[in-house]
Design a protein. Structure first.
Lengths: 218, 235, 235, 218
């Protein structure tokens, strides 16, 4: 069965290594912070200038000067640091952030990603996404495998304006975990109860899958 | 040191010299750390044809968004323009030009502008619409695009505290784009919550040295919150 | 947060992995703000063929100067190499290669290296020996040269205080090149006067966030003064 | 009579405007700080990362962590700021420093300056000088008009490796104040008792002088 948003987030959180600096995009990526495995510590970077992002504030802790990149009120952990946007993107662009997790409209077999614009429909801007995909050491894309009309989001070639080229190596969807390499999606795990055939059917780009792809473990 | 006293006491004096068709660099991220009084003054004086360089354009009715109401803005250079219906309308109607710029590239363009670096290479945006028409060069086998820096006629900045020499500190994440904006104005005006005596700010803890600042004004701030999220709502 | 504990307790551990022919970026300005114990350890382990990126090369017998004694340095990238007789001798004898780099360009090369900017344009050095062989491009009618960034295999840094997450603050003008050096090492090692608990350093006053730092070691410092000048001598 | 080092420094200090940020090189330039006119305030920038450099310390104030660009122990004024070398040269390169005063081996009629290297004799490095001449709003060169062998330092074309090109507009020597423009040195003031002829004799590059060049006023 397809994973819920929280289950996707749980699977994402399994990727983190102890001592990782992690930037989480809005939506499912943000949920991953709730599921970091026992014994693993990560530090969250928010690109508006906060390393060591904490939980949401209690009512009496709310401070207009303390927000995250999603413009939500937030707190800082003990040992956090706060800095300018230039310094924040020095971290990101300079490859100092270990993991960035972000959503996408489309990803293709060459590791291209489109996530910021649907011509004629939606122009909100790219925010920090282009810098994040250009700079992070490991990028994980989370999204549903297909859109609500059933159209695959894993394509041979992206159709929407790109956020970055040749940069995506790992995708975690509601159906599968896939690596992107050598011009194909390589299926490494399937959601519990989801068949390779179903994944193949919902993957428009070239898919390479063994016969015995394991199920995700939670 | 009277020659270094940057404090002005009226918003008229703070923005003296601002005129039509100028480029204004503005600090702030969303509604966090924005020079509220300076923005209000720009609306009041009614200059038009402005190019505004700011990560966002506020929201409908607050922040830089209020400059859209009387069509004072010709062009926005921003990374994110969501959450603003009037903005979207003017954009779709062709009344407003927008140069979407990745957030890190925007921050670096301002830092570079202030630092006398006319252009730099970045991998950000290569192969995307952002890279179209820009010079490409490979370093260590990876392609990068050339981005040019930005200097504004004015920079408007929000700081927490400043002394009369213009030394500034920012509070929490209200820092954001403000330190770079402060360096990237031909005339830099800082609106602050508190003016302190020289020496009250520890020298090695000053975020923006006064050399970058031309005018300091004490403001009062509403500090509207864009997305109030609390632990309770989450739990 | 054990995964973020960067503190090491021996100099062997601090420089583990350092080997011949590596590039080492070093903070400090003259003898001010130099990682004395880390430099001593480099001398002790005896690695050779090093490229050292540092504004200066210490003096005879102190600072980076001690690495010249056993000819551990193949190349220096510096802005100023005066005040060092052994340095001058090795240079004239052709035993030491020197890439003289303007001080501001050097600082910016390290900042750019840490920030993922592979190259930038600057007017500094145009038309001089520094500009020879470098790309020239005009912006607004003025010629600029293209300078490439620097990243070291190791960066050795001297800070005043750090917590175990690697957050650092520098003291007075001992800051100098240290913050940029800290960002520009594949492995960054910081030698500090004092290790404090996380939370003791005010978040918005941290000069170097821990994300740039791999190892922290508590050192003891001689802090030799290169030119002791006092008001009395002047008067 | 030729000016003393202190007199050159006094004349330099007359250039400063109230509220100027000033970077002073080693030697005569540094002396200028002692002669800032009444009613004029300047703030000294030291390129190792100090804005608001103060006097030398008393014995009990000496601090190894508090030095100037000449590596001398120094103090900071009330209201000073201290920052990294990158930020320091952002100020300098970005044109935020109003005056830089520095010495030179040679200056020529095209505003070129040589100040950092004598091939075969002296290689100490350029330090911050190349950035200063590339970035400061106003550059004042101070030097003796001729070297100790009587050779002019104001040339038609510099012979030594350059520090910067087309950047010098004002020169203050022991004999004269000169502007550099349109391929010539323009004599604007002479040292008290020094004739235009003597200055002309000691200026190898093209010199333009009126008949009634005024004497410097102290």
């Amino acid at each position: 069965m397809a994973l819920t948003r929280d289950q996707i987030a749980m699977r994402v959180a399994q990727e983190f290594q102890d001592g990782s600096y992690v930037n989480l995009g809005i939506g499912i990526p943000t949920l991953a912070a709730n599921y970091v495995p026992e014994g693993i510590e990560v530090m969250l970077q928010s690109e508006n200038g906060l390393l060591g992002m904490g939980r949401y504030p209690d009512e009496d802790e709310v401070d207009a000067d303390m927000i995250n990149a999603g413009k939500e009120t937030v707190t800082a952990i003990t040992g956090a640091s706060i800095f300018s946007s230039a310094d924040s993107f020095a971290m990101i662009r300079g490859g100092h952030v270990d993991f960035t997790v972000l959503g996408a409209f489309e990803v293709d077999v060459n590791g291209n990603i489109a996530s910021w614009m649907i011509p004629g429909k939606l122009i909100k801007g790219m925010g920090g996404a282009m810098d994040l995909v250009a700079g992070a050491k490991n990028i994980i894309v989370t999204m549903t495998h297909a859109d609500k009309h059933g159209n695959s989001k894993l394509l041979g070639e992206c159709t929407l304006p790109l956020t970055g080229v040749n940069c995506i190596t790992r995708i975690i969807t509601d159906l599968a975990v896939l690596e992107v390499a050598d011009g194909a999606f390589h299926l490494t795990e399937r959601a519990p109860g989801v068949s390779v055939d179903e994944i193949r059917e919902k993957t428009a780009g070239k898919l390479i899958a063994a016969d015995d792809v394991p199920e995700m473990q939670f | 040191m009277s020659g270094f006293d940057k404090v002005v006491t009226s918003y008229e004096a703070a923005l003296e010299g601002l005129s039509d068709n100028m480029t204004v660099v503005a600090g702030g991220f969303g509604l966090c750390g924005i020079p509220e009084g300076l923005i209000a003054q720009i609306k009041k004086v009614g200059v038009t044809g402005l190019t505004i360089v700011s990560n966002n354009c506020g929201v409908d009715g607050f922040g830089l968004g209020i400059l859209l109401e009387d069509r004072q803005v010709k062009k926005m250079i921003s990374s994110y323009v969501g959450e603003n219906a009037l903005f979207e309308k003017q954009l779709l109607d062709g009344e407003l030009e927008v140069e979407l710029t990745p957030q890190g590239t925007l921050a670096e363009k301002l830092r570079a502008g202030g630092a006398g670096i006319p252009a730099f290479y970045t991998a950000t945006g290569y192969g995307t619409p952002v890279g179209e028409g820009k010079e490409v060069k490979e370093f260590n086998g990876r392609p990068y695009i050339l981005e040019e820096s930005i200097v504004g006629d004015f920079a408007i900045v929000k700081a927490w505290k400043a002394d009369r020499y213009g030394n500034c500190v920012y509070r929490h994440t209200a820092q954001n784009f403000n330190p770079m904006a402060a360096t990237a104005g031909k005339i830099t005006v800082v609106e602050v919550e508190e003016i302190v005596e020289p020496g009250e700010l520890e020298p090695s803890q000053i975020h923006t040295p006064g050399i970058f600042v031309n005018r300091v004004i004490k403001g009062t701030f509403e500090k509207r919150i864009e997305r109030r999220v609390t632990a309770k709502k989450e739990a």
